[in-house]
Design a protein around this ligand. Structure first.
Ligand code: AMP
Ligand code: GLY
Length: 428
């Protein structure tokens, strides 16, 4: 079948790499893609939110499946737009309806959903400018640190963990009064700080059944030792030694099953990934957030470890046969280390030539270079085109070995200003 994948990050290169290996994939198109995805299929110059152009391309090219990488088009309703148009309604869409995508698109929506279904999460309250003063009082009596979250999508920047009441007030005012994130911060969720180890678990679901397709731990801070500003993610490792069968069972019983049951009970149309952002406090799991798509860079370890044909899983999901699927994982440890542009996550320059020594094809089977912010320039060379530039994934007998292989590969890659964290997976 002909498949269209939407997006242009490292996540999409990893998805493209996986989809291209499927026996069901005839032609793969990636819109808009990056320099790396050209190795897996054909890049198409269409933006992920240009629904009319996507529909036209799909019709003209006999696309039978559309896999949506990022959250934006999902929250903006790409699923619904495709389904309500006669010419595209039969295309299999991997991604939830706009309503289902509210699990990520609105923090207040997801908190209420968790409350309705008794899913463990931090205690919270929500505020708008109409009860701003009440919000300030709520902050004043709150334990510290206190967590403030812009309700809507804020490109990963909408969460503030405030150590003092004054800082929290300032952040609250920035969001609500000064509209720091526009409409996205017109409502703010204020919640309890959960102290523990973060992990992410990924499922594929048809809204009734689900399969866990992987898990990972992401390193969000820019600096060694988890210091400095938050980023989109500087590296990932999987599997996690602390995620025992017993703890995973607890996550399924207390969090994943009630979430999928909740989708079904509320008739929420959901055919796609759920990314459970979790925190392990003591021996108990809590939800920090839901995302309605795969993670980046988590996908760069989850897809390589997943042994199944991913398109076969998508087809099983589509025909409500997920419960019969048997998921298999590569037993090796896997790590990805992200190379970023100098200055990221602040301002950075684009257009830096990237040199690969040795060439990627000489790296060996254990290492895969996924591209994120890259593009092929007019002279046919690969240059930087974003903050996160490459995600170098390796397999190893343990996490430390896998990270070391990725760092070895990165030592043969160069672009001006390139930086990567040397301590991904340091705890393991
Ligand atoms: P989010 O955008 O919801 O993923 O939040 C970004 C990051 O903020 C998370 O990955 C956590 O590191 C942190 N965070 C969010 N909520 C909490 C919380 N309630 N307690 C502790 N850390 C949190
Ligand atoms: N790595 C975190 C995310 O994809 O949201």
């Amino acid at each position: 079948m002909n498949i269209l994948l939407l997006g242009s990050g490292g996540r999409e290169h990893a998805l493209a790499w996986k989809i291209a290996q499927s026996k069901h994939c005839t032609n793969l198109f990636i819109a808009p893609g990056n320099a790396g995805t050209t190795e897996c299929g054909k890049n198409i110059n269409i933006g992920v939110n240009d629904f009319e152009a996507i529909k036209k391309f799909a019709v003209d090219n006999n696309i039978e499946m559309i896999v949506v990488g990022p959250e934006d088009p999902l929250v903006n309703g790409i699923y619904d737009a495709l389904k309500k148009d006669n010419s595209t309604k039969d295309i299999i869409v991997i991604g939830p309806s706009a309503y289902g995508a509210q699990l990520e698109g609105s923090k207040a929506f997801s908190k209420k959903f968790m409350q309705r279904h008794n899913i463990p999460t931090a205690a919270y309250a929500e505020f708008t400018k109409d009860n701003f003063e009440e919000g300030k009082q709520y902050i004043q009596q709150h334990s510290l640190p206190v967590v403030l979250k812009a309700d809507g999508l804020a490109a990963g920047k909408g969460v503030v963990i405030a150590a003092t009441t004054a800082d929290a007030w300032k952040a609250f005012e920035e969001m609500i009064i000064n509209q720091q994130f526009g409409e996205a911060s017109s409502k703010v969720v204020i919640e309890q700080f959960l102290d523990g180890i973060e992990l992410s678990v990924f499922v594929l679901t048809d809204g009734k059944d689900y399969k866990i397709i992987g898990h990972a731990k992401d390193y969000k801070r820019i600096g060694v030792g988890d210091t400095g500003l938050n980023t989109g993610g500087m590296g990932c490792v999987s599997p996690l030694p602390f995620l025992t069968d017993a703890f995973l069972q607890k996550i399924e019983t207390k969090i994943i099953s009630p979430t999928i049951d909740g989708l079904q009970k509320e008739n929420i149309v959901y055919n796609g990934f759920v990314f459970f952002g979790l925190i392990k406090m003591g021996d108990e799991p809590y939800v920090i957030e839901y995302n309605c798509r795969m993670g980046d860079p988590e996908t760069e370890v989850v897809m390589p470890r997943l042994k199944n044909d991913i398109v076969e899983l998508f087809l099983a999901m589509h025909s409500n046969m997920l419960k019969d699927a048997v998921i298999a994982f590569d037993a090796r440890a896997c790590a990805t280390v992200v190379a970023v542009s100098g200055g990221y996550p602040g301002d950075y320059e684009k257009g830096k030539l990237i040199s690969f020594y040795p060439p990627p094809e000489e790296l060996g089977e254990a290492t895969i270079i996924f591209h994120a912010g890259t593009k092929i320039n007019e002279t046919g060379n690969v240059e930087t085109n974003g903050g996160r530039v490459l995600a170098v994934t390796s397999f190893g007998s343990n996490i430390a070995d896998a990270v070391q292989l990725s760092k070895n590969a990165l030592n043969h890659i160069y672009f001006e200003g390139m930086y990567f964290r040397s301590d991904i997976g340091y705890e393991f």
